[in-house]
Design a protein around this ligand. Structure first.
Ligand SMILES: O=C(O)CCC(=O)C(=O)O
Length: 273
């Protein structure tokens, strides 16, 4: 196929979600959507995102010198602000519309993006809830998690405790050994089914709610698990008072310190549709 790069770089067409995906997301708090990006589109965007992640990665310590969180992944945030091509991916209407359709809203705002690259031999990502970190007054949030290469379960597949989002924040633990052990007990006690794909193709994506409990095993392969994520918030959400120091930090980093109680509408949080 002879597709021009300029055509590939526009991800603004819409993709219709199946009713099953929407229902699964509502019931379980997560769903997997295949082929969000085509093979050609991944070919165009993978080098853009991997290149930017390499340039802006600040983690230089050896794996063995890091704590559990540090071993879990290289985390390079808001690449859209520093790379115009990554911005085309993060601002893509195709993914924003999937986020809106899953959440059942007309429009979404960007919270932030992050490249999450689990190195060869990288450790597990402990159980956690993302929204523990976010001073946001709605639970209508969704994270898109997209591998940029084909991955299997041995490379750190994202793993969900299905139906676990409904009770909101469960513990006061950041991502750590403590969160792993507390959520592990909790998930077993509640009997939440554990769900993870065996394989994902580059360009497939999982979508999970901010309060869905999730983790990932370590990367037992000899390849980097290259994953790009984007967090979307239902338009109309407001900034909530901090519940912990992380939320205070997020308020300044991702919401530009705008007034608590006010709408989330800063320049870092554009409407994407
Ligand atoms: O990529 C991982 O290992 C964890 C990802 C995650 O927790 C998230 O995207 O919310």
């Amino acid at each position: 196929m002879n597709t021009k790069i300029s055509d590939l770089l526009t991800l603004d067409d819409f993709k219709k979600l199946s009713d099953e995906s929407i229902q699964e997301f509502h019931k379980k708090g997560h769903t997997l959507v295949q082929n969000v990006l085509s093979g050609d589109e991944i070919e165009a965007y993978r080098p853009v995102i991997v290149g930017a992640a390499d340039r802006y990665n600040t983690e230089k310590r050896k794996l063995e010198d890091r704590d559990t969180y540090g071993k879990a992944f290289l985390q390079i945030m808001n690449l859209w602000q520093v790379d115009a091509d990554v911005k085309k991916f993060v601002f893509a209407k195709r993914m924003a519309k999937i986020a809106a359709d899953l959440m059942g809203v007309k429009n979404v705002r960007l919270y932030h993006d992050q490249a999450l690259f689990k190195e060869a031999g990288g450790g597990p990502t402990p159980w956690h809830q993302d929204q523990y970190y976010w001073p946001i007054d709605t639970n209508n949030t969704v994270t898109m998690w997209m591998p940029l290469i084909d991955i299997d379960v041995d490379m750190g597949m994202l793993t969900f405790a299905s139906n676990s989002y409904t009770t909101g924040a469960v513990f006061n633990h950041e991502i750590s050994d403590e969160s792993e052990s507390a959520f592990d007990d909790y998930v077993q006690k509640k009997g939440f089914p554990i769900s993870r794909a065996e394989t994902m193709k580059a360009g497939d994506a999982t979508w999970h709610r901010g309060f869905t409990i999730h983790n990932a095993p370590g990367n037992n392969s000899d390849k980097m698990r290259e994953v790009m994520t984007v967090i979307y918030i239902a338009d109309g959400a407001r900034i909530a008072p901090y519940k912990n120091e992380w939320q205070k930090s997020d308020h300044h980093k991702w919401l530009m310190g705008k007034p608590i109680g006010g709408l989330i509408d800063s320049e870092l949080n554009p409407k994407l549709l």
